[in-house]
Design a protein around this ligand. Structure first.
Ligand code: BES
Ligand code: ZN
Ligand code: ZN
Length: 471
């Protein structure tokens, strides 16, 4: 689909359909009120009314604001893609809602049909955004940035949606190498032999029963004179069966998404390099498959992590934190970053705490957390803070090792997982680190906002917004 920003007057742009957004308050003042009302259209958020004879598609919004327009545009684009029209146009009234419109079109119109033998063919080819009356140069910049970020989000979605047969640790390595080549990024890969030399025993234990070798991927984007250096760390469990603490059958379905943190940081570094941001970015990924077998690591094992910390394994399904323990330790040694942000589909408890739409934000620095509240709000992502405390920390006590990989109590599981990671953050980095639990937000089986079935690309839009505004 071709998406074009034009400085022409809407009347001068040829298109089959004109898209309009209308709130309930505005309905009575619309030129087509009578016919819209006859059709039973109330202009409610995400409702649509197609007036074919008028060449008009009206999309309902609560208010004329970004969040509402993003969601309404996503509903509209789905209708257009299912129609037999070829083109549409939409008039932009404000620069503020332009990025939201792009998100609605690019993200709401996303479909993953790689595994369909007969993918749907759409006749819909072109959508024009007319910015007549706005500062075109400024609008163009907003448009181009929004397109890069939305496409990077879909890149992340594409990889998360790949099946575990096709996307395992070694194919993730190939994919990262391809991205590095295309975007001129630095690329270092540590294979199992290298991981052994690095004493990354926690990460290696998780992947031991898999037929696919585990790998650590390090990509870097290094512009001249960067304002800041950022390390991004991603959980890349290409499949999480739970290991010997095997997941119930119904919980295992969708666990191809356990690599969403890794795919998100790939999307972030892709976007950052295409936006040519003045920020040095390092993406570290632990690519591992958690399987069962004679060689599998076991509940009762004690692992010596790269940092030297010993970990009692009480549940092999709490594997993400084991992988991240070693990758975080490695990342902190290799790069002296100003900030360290990790992304992981870490706990079901985060979904229970915040619901399936919201990313959990954890860390010691309130200032850093607040920065992300703003970035999330402006980008259209949802985040919520989950606070650490010293009492919850006691739940991770082990009788035989330095720390247990699971909590002794069934409460506050997202936070205790975050506190586990904190054990591997060096003292000098405590205030520089934020952990994002995207277990709920990374994947959906019911469409919401501009998200369709499958991976959402959670984290990419928010992080790009944050990086763009970093001082
Ligand atoms: N990958 C899962 C977490 C998850 C759950 C992600 C649901 C997305 C949706 C993680 O490895 C896991 O299994 N966590 C366990 C931890 C428990 C054993 C302490 C969980 O959440 O149940
Ligand atoms: Zn697990
Ligand atoms: Zn997992």
């Amino acid at each position: 689909m071709n998406i074009k920003l034009s400085n022409k007057n809407s009347a001068d742009v040829k298109a089959d359909i004109l898209i309009e957004f209308l709130s309930p308050e505005e309905l009575s003042g619309h030129v087509e009120t009578e016919i819209l009302t006859k059709a039973g259209f109330k202009a409610e958020q995400d409702s649509t009314c197609f007036l074919h004879e008028k060449g008009l598609l009206v999309c309902g919004v609560d208010e004329q604001k970004s969040d509402d327009i993003r969601s309404a545009m996503a509903c509209g684009i789905k209708l257009l893609k299912a129609s037999n029209y070829e083109s549409a146009k939409v008039n932009i009234h404000s620069k503020k809602t332009l990025a939201a419109l792009v998100d609605g079109i690019v993200l709401g119109g996303y479909e993953y049909d790689v595994y369909k033998s007969k993918p749907k063919k759409s006749t819909f080819k072109k959508i024009s955004l007319t910015a007549d009356g706005l500062d075109f140069q400024k609008s163009e910049k907003v448009f181009n940035h929004a397109m890069i970020i939305a496409k990077a989000t879909n890149f992340t979605r594409d990889i998360v949606n790949m099946i575990p047969q096709d996307l395992h640790p070694q194919t993730l390595v190939t994919l990262a190498q391809k991205l590095a080549e295309e975007n001129k990024l630095g690329c270092t890969i540590l294979q199992e032999e290298d991981l052994k030399k690095e004493n990354m025993n926690a990460m290696l234990a998780v992947g031991r029963a898999s037929v696919h070798g585990s790998a650590l991927i390090h990509l870097s984007y290094t512009p001249k004179n960067p304002k800041k250096i950022i390390s991004l760390v991603g959980k890349g469990l290409t499949y999480d069966s739970g290991g010997l603490s095997l997941k119930p059958a119904t919980s295992m379905v969708t666990m191809k998404m356990d690599k969403a943190g890794a795919c998100a940081v790939l999307g972030m570094i892709k976007a950052a390099s295409e936006l040519e941001l003045d920020v040095e970015i390092h993406a570290f990924i632990g690519a591992v498959e958690n399987m069962i077998g004679g060689d599998a690591y076991k509940p009762d094992d004690v692992l010596v992590a790269r940092s030297g910390t010993t970990i009692e394994v009480r549940n092999t399904d709490a594997e993400g934190r084991l992988v991240l323990a070693d990758v975080l330790d490695y990342a902190q040694e290799k790069v002296q970053a100003d900030f360290i942000f990790d992304f992981a589909t870490l706990t079901g408890a985060c979904v229970v705490a915040l619901g399936p739409f919201t990313t959990g934000v954890m860390g010691h620095s309130n200032k850093l957390k607040y920065g992300f509240f703003d970035a999330a709000r402006h980008s259209g992502e949802l985040v919520g803070a989950l606070p650490f405390n010293k009492h919850l920390k006691k739940f991770l006590k082990s009788e035989i090792a330095d720390i247990s990989n699971t909590s002794s109590k069934p409460y506050g599981g997202a936070i205790t997982a975050g506190i586990f990671l904190d054990k591997f953050i060096k003292d000098e980095n405590k205030e520089k680190w934020i952990h994002f639990d995207i277990a709920g937000s990374a994947y959906t089986e019911t469409p919401w906002d501009c998200n369709v079935y499958g991976a959402t690309g959670a984290g990419v839009r928010m992080m790009c917004e944050y990086l763009k505004n970093i001082e």
